[in-house]
Design a protein around this ligand. Structure first.
Ligand SMILES: Nc1ncnc2c1ncn2[C@@H]1O[C@H](COP(=O)(O)OP(=O)(O)OP(=O)(O)O)[C@@H](O)[C@H]1O
Ligand SMILES: [Mg+2]
Length: 220
């Protein structure tokens, strides 16, 4: 039996400055637990596409179906089951690492409360246990991004949208964080859409796409 896609995107088009289109005819589907990478030049509209996929950015036309439900683009509310990780970690400096992570479950009442074994897997895989009681300001960039990944995954999302998650990290740290990101998504069976400029990281996902001249192409 072929698994239902977790995400089905059909003929999505976006313009900030009509009639010029940022991208159009964007169609693809993502199987449950699948990881894909989206590359493309700066300004090609990758971040805008990720926001649109999560329902945070209005589009001109097209449809997005997530987990069997139509996503209403641009209602500016997080869609339950979809989490984000960004280049800049956006941790709250006044809170401890643990408080940062668990805050995500309080902000999203419809999310499953994480069971202890899931939390254990998350924290041990991401190497967070020694960091939980400290504050983010004392952490390196790589450590802060590992915390941001845990915060995104604590609600047990079906889909993680990661926008250049290694963009603020040096090469070696970026490679470590990327390996952990791919490992934890595979372990907890979360689909991943990774926006990256790094071709090596892109190759580590199941399928690779490029946003170019306003169209999304799948690479062979
Ligand atoms: N809210 C907005 N209003 C108007 N134009 C916008 C808005 N957000 C983004 N844009 C424009 O849309 C284009 C695509 O932006 P986007 O951030 O999606 O690109 P990107 O591919 O993520 O680039 P980068 O690799 O630099 O992050 C840019 O020209 C940007 O200036
Ligand atoms: Mg961007």
């Amino acid at each position: 039996m072929v698994a239902q896609p977790i995400l089905q995107v059909n003929q999505l088009s976006k313009s900030f400055t009509p009639p010029a289109m940022l991208w159009q005819g964007v169609s693809f589907s993502l199987a449950a637990h699948e990881s894909i990478a989206i590359c493309g030049q700066s300004g090609s509209g990758k971040s805008t596409l990720l926001f649109a996929l999560g329902g945070l950015e209005p589009v001109q036309s097209g449809t997005i179906e997530f987990n069997g439900q139509r996503i209403v683009a641009g209602r500016y509310r997080y869609t339950p089951g979809i989490s984000y990780v960004f280049q800049h970690y956006h941790l709250i400096q006044e809170l401890t690492v643990a408080e940062n992570i668990f805050m995500a479950t309080r902000l999203n009442p419809s999310a499953a409360s994480p069971d202890p074994s899931y939390t254990e897997t998350l924290f041990s895989t991401l190497g967070l246990k020694p960091l939980l009681n400290g504050t983010p300001s004392r952490l390196s960039g790589g450590e802060q991004q590992r915390v941001a990944i845990a915060r995104a995954l604590i609600t047990q999302p079906k889909l993680l949208l990661a926008d250049e998650p290694t963009g603020s990290l040096d090469e070696a740290t970026g490679a470590q964080v990327m390996a952990l990101l791919l490992q934890i998504c595979a372990t907890v069976q979360t689909g991943l859409i990774l926006v990256t400029h790094n071709a090596t990281f892109a190759q580590q996902t199941n399928r690779q796409f490029e946003l170019k001249d306003g169209h999304l192409y799948e690479k062979n």
